[in-house]
Design a protein around this ligand. Structure first.
Ligand SMILES: Cc1cc2nc3c(=O)[nH]c(=O)nc-3n(C[C@H](O)[C@H](O)[C@H](O)COP(=O)(O)O)c2cc1C
Length: 229
């Protein structure tokens, strides 16, 4: 199975989940095919002070290629960021021999491989997922690459995980979540649990990222599991 994972960042609050997810996916050896909507970029700037140029994207704008030096030092930094080898609660139980690549696709580029079902992936995550993108996915409207790639994952019956963030929810939001779930998507509202020994914001972020990784079948020990010692 290819280790390609698509990730769409759209304009809902919670950009931090996406950045952490990228870190963990790369650290576990997955190639991340990233696309960002203009509103997603706006939220990245608003919430994380990250200025992303969608036309001339640089991984450094997401603070992901700050490491200079050898491939080994990059692996060490990513694994350290992802908690591998540390003894706190953010521990990945997997060891990865390689870090994945971050491959960027402009949100209007329908020539991108991720616009086609013939490009094999392990799944797609839309995180955070705005009400707008949720609605497009629910109605099979592929107005941009993120929506198209999501549609492809539904039609190919591959994992599609959407992480909406909105409160309270309108009836259209609820109906759209139902439609996506009925179409085979996994609707995972950004709603972290508080039962796993939360002491930091990172613990809350990792709760969501761990549950997303669970859905993708990615072995992780990012959070303490209910009933575990
Ligand atoms: C700073 C900021 C925060 C936002 N937060 C949310 C949110 O939490 N949930 C949501 O559904 N929309 C939110 N929006 C509105 C969406 O960004 C807007 O509906 C946009 O059309 C989404 O487009 P996209 O799906 O292409 O990213 C927010 C917008 C901004 C600028």
């Amino acid at each position: 199975m290819p280790k390609n994972v698509c990730l769409g960042i759209t304009g809902a609050s919670g950009a931090v989940y996406a950045i952490r997810l990228i870190e963990v996916l790369l650290a576990t050896g997955h190639d991340v095919h990233l696309s960002i909507s203009p509103s997603g970029a706006q939220v990245l700037e608003e919430e994380m002070h990250l200025k992303v140029n969608l036309k001339k994207f640089k991984a450094s704008s997401l603070m992901l290629d700050d490491v200079k030096g050898t491939e080994d030092s990059k692996i060490q930094l990513l694994q350290a960021n992802a908690g591998i080898g540390s003894s706190d609660s953010n521990v990945l139980s997997v060891e990865s021999g390689r870090i994945g690549e971050l491959i960027y696709h402009h949100y209007q580029d329908f020539n991108s491989p991720i616009a086609s079902g013939s490009f094999l992936t392990q799944g797609m995550v839309v995180c955070p997922c705005s009400g707008t993108t949720l609605s497009a996915i629910a109605h099979g409207a592929a107005g941009n690459l993120i929506q198209r790639a999501a549609e492809v994952h539904l039609k190919e019956r591959r994992p599609l995980i959407v992480v909406p963030r909105e409160t309270p929810l309108s009836v259209p939001h609820i109906e759209n979540m139902r439609r996506v779930a009925e179409a085979g998507g996994i609707v995972m509202p950004a709603s972290p649990g508080w039962y796993h020994g939360v002491t930091t914001i990172r613990d809350l972020v990792d709760f969501m990222v761990a549950r997303i990784c669970d859905q993708l079948g990615i072995d992780n020990g990012l959070m303490k599991r209910w009933g575990a010692e």
